[in-house]
Design a binder for this molecule. Structure first.
Ligand code: GUN
Length: 280
């Protein structure tokens, strides 16, 4: 039987309406500062999306666009200034940064209470022990999709393909916290198909078009495709062979229109959370 298509766009619209309503009931509006360095075209698109999303939900946002040749000290000074501002609840430095930057030092400079990406080691540690304030946007978006469609990870075998700090590792942790048995696979996993075939919930987060083919998916699995790749024709696609896998899976996310819109929403959610923590 063909899978239910998980509609990330529709769920994101529903979440945004709720966030907008919550924002309207705060004593002061939340504020997000977005910093972009250089002129990476993909980063420019992401930052524009973030500003648009904020405006739609009544969240104040401001953008700082630093030139490609900006220095680390300049960026650290800006972060320091934003850390001290009461009207700014969240600070996001768009990645990747140009080569002259020490990315780790930059992310560590953000006040953990304003770290709406959930990249600061303090927040990563809090997530690890189940004491989080913020959740990383993409994994949190995936969990919201599972919840919306009644897919309970408890007692299931969840297989996460990909081990990045931003997606794979925190995704595995969130699934574990919801009582799944979790396996993390990666580029050195020799028997990938053998493991993915055991998955009740399969999360693909590698960035390799066509990585997950139908023979790698268990009949009835829920398949979540986190990747955003471009195929040879320049069309957006994920890691999963969508057309073939949807005939085997019970649930599947499309690309585009799946995880992407939910990632965007979770940034708004974290900014709202930060504003509440800041007493707004
Ligand atoms: N670049 C690509 N994805 C992200 C993200 O989620 N946050 C930031 N800060 N930069 C990114």
């Amino acid at each position: 039987m063909a899978a239910t298509i998980i509609d990330g766009k529709a769920l994101a619209a529903k979440c945004k309406a709720r966030i907008k309503e919550e924002v309207e009931h705060l004593s002061k509006r939340p504020g997000l500062a977005v910093i972009i360095v250089g002129d990476n075209p993909a980063s420019r698109i992401y930052v524009n999306h973030k500003k648009k999303d904020c405006a739609e939900c009544g969240i104040y946002s401001e953008e700082y666009a630093l030139p490609e040749c900006a220095r680390q000290e300049e960026l650290l000074e800006l972060i320091d200034l934003l850390n001290g501002r009461e009207d700014i609840d969240g600070i996001l430095v768009q990645l990747p940064l140009p080569a002259q930057f020490d990315e780790k030092a930059v992310l560590n400079a953000i006040d953990p209470g304003k770290d709406v990406d959930c990249f600061h080691p303090y927040n990563v540690g809090q997530l690890m022990i189940g004491e989080h304030t913020f959740l990383p946007c993409t994994p949190a978006g995936v969990m919201a999709m599972l919840d919306e469609y009644g897919i309970d990870p408890a007692g299931k075998h969840a297989v996460v393909v990909g081990r990045s700090n931003i997606v794979g590792k925190p995704q595995a942790m969130l699934l574990l916290q919801r009582h799944a048995t979790v396996t993390i696979c990666h580029s050195r996993t020799p028997n990938l198909a053998e493991i993915t075939r055991q998955a009740d919930i399969l999360v693909a987060a590698v960035g390799k078009t066509g990585l997950i083919t139908a023979d790698m998916v268990n009949e009835g699995a829920a398949v979540i495709d986190v990747a955003m790749n471009r195929n040879e024709e320049g069309k957006l696609c994920g890691d999963v062979d969508f057309e073939a896998v949807k005939e085997k899976a019970s649930f599947i996310t499309p690309v585009p229109g799946g995880v992407g819109p939910m990632t965007r929403v979770m940034l708004l959610e974290n900014t709202l959370t930060a504003a509440k923590v800041h007493g707004k």
